[in-house]
Design a protein around this ligand. Structure first.
Ligand code: URA
Length: 428
């Protein structure tokens, strides 16, 4: 335990726009985790941060203090570089599934410690649990062994990483302080740095289906996290990517696994392939392979071989049939023209209402539930053509899903202007 400070002094310093001295900030995080600083005091501090921000130095100290609250993993001794990816989350974002085996196909270790979905953004573990037998729970020894043998691991993050963040995040959730960029950055990066990766690529999304709707705020978050990674000795790059439209054609769990396997088989929707390849290039560049033939590894089956090994190593059967929905409902176009808009957020909410996501952490998900899209913005449409299909086990949910989708897409006479999927690359 660091030397005691006064929580009220720390709150006042931040309230008045000052910089909190390093030792006092470390003490504040440590004392809060141990229960000496009250929730009310930490809430006031979080609100002061939301209103007045933090310096680059303060954000680094805050992150470091949260890392120090728990276990810190190390992959030294693995004999290969480690590189991780973090996405701020979006609708149809299944990129981790093809990306981890693709990057591992180049001899790099990819430890993807992931979470479950809550609300309209899906969770990587929920998607993989659609695969018969697959298990998310690995001990640290099993994780290490799989990284050595297979190269890619997607598994549940242990609860020992950054427990201070867990407590603070729950408090922010009920005090209107989730949106503070220094707190988001330190929350995400404390967990990633504690994981012990050598380097990290961030997919920071903006737009209707993203955590940060506003591109300026997403850019600020990306810059803050890249600086933080660099200051903490983790080589970090970020891509700023568009999440106004769902990624790919599948939103759900089992259907997202199916689409990921298509990408690993050299096919799949163009946007999913583009983002997978862009992130793989960044990860491999950080791991010392800037010229790796990423598309080649998708075409010639090397990435697929690693996928199959990765699934088998966690007791999954890569050849087993994926769960199918008992009920479907297809919505068709009512006019000729171009699909000009397909709004990510309502499609995420609709998939969630169909049972693909959960409202409370303890709820189960229905792996076969979700939405298959048949068209994307820019596609030419004729009246009567299927636009999307709702998938579920329970047709009574279709009405609530459809009500979320009211006004969520548009057909117009002109093709919409093309917008880039990857808007910017951010480095320190
Ligand atoms: N995700 C996190 O892990 N932390 C935040 O603060 C926001 C999103």
């Amino acid at each position: 335990m660091v030397e005691a400070h006064d929580a009220v002094d720390v709150i006042r310093a931040k309230r008045d726009g000052g910089e909190v001295p390093e030792e006092a900030l470390r003490w504040m995080v440590d004392a809060y985790t141990r229960g000496y600083v009250m929730d009310a005091q930490m809430s006031a501090f979080a609100m002061a941060v939301l209103l007045n921000g933090m310096t680059r130095g303060e954000i680094r100290v805050m992150t470091d203090a949260m890392i120090a609250s728990g276990e810190r993993m190390s992959f030294a001794g693995l004999g290969k570089p480690t590189v991780d990816k973090h996405s701020t989350g979006g609708v149809g974002d299944k990129i981790t599934l093809p990306l981890a085996p693709l990057v591992a196909a180049f001899g790099v270790a990819v430890p993807q410690l992931s979470g479950r979905g809550l609300g309209h953004t899906g969770g990587t573990l929920d998607k993989l649990e659609s695969i018969q037998g697959w298990t998310a729970a690995l001990s640290n020894d099993e994780l290490f062994e799989q990284l050595r043998e297979v190269g890619a691991v997607i598994c549940a993050a242990g609860s020992g990483l950054a427990p201070a963040d867990k407590k603070l995040y729950a408090l922010r959730d009920v005090t209107g302080t989730v949106e503070a960029i220094p707190l988001i950055a330190s929350s995400i990066m404390s967990k990633k740095i504690a994981e012990g990766t050598d380097s990290l690529v961030l997919d920071v999304k903006f737009g209707s289906g993203a955590f940060m709707r506003d591109v300026e705020k997403a850019r600020e978050l990306a810059r803050t996290m890249v600086e933080l990674g660099t200051d903490s000795g983790v080589a970090t790059t970020a891509l700023l990517t568009d999440m106004n439209t769902p990624l790919g054609l599948a939103i759900g769990n089992a259907n997202e696994v199916r689409e990921s396997v298509e990408v690993l088989d050299g096919g799949g929707p163009a946007d999913v392939v583009e983002l997978t390849v862009a992130l793989a290039r960044e990860m491999l560049a950080l791991a010392g392979q800037p010229d790796a033939d990423v598309e080649g590894a998708l075409r010639d089956g090397r990435a697929m071989d690693v996928w199959r090994e990765m699934i088998r190593a966690q007791d999954g059967d890569p050849d087993a049939a994926l769960p199918e929905p008992h009920e479907t409902h297809t919505v068709t176009a009512d006019a000729d023209g171009y699909l000009t808009r397909l709004d990510a957020l309502p499609f995420g909410i609709a998939a969630w209402r169909l049972g693909a996501g959960r409202a409370r952490a303890e709820d189960p998900v229905m792996h076969a539930a979700g939405i298959d899209l048949h068209a994307k913005p820019g596609d030419r449409i004729t009246a009567g053509q299927p636009l999307f299909t709702l998938l579920g086990h329970d047709a009574t949910r279709f009405e609530r899903a459809l009500s979320a989708l009211d006004g969520a897409w548009e057909i117009g006479a002109e093709a919409p202007p093309a917008t880039p999927l990857v808007l910017e690359r951010i480095t320190d």
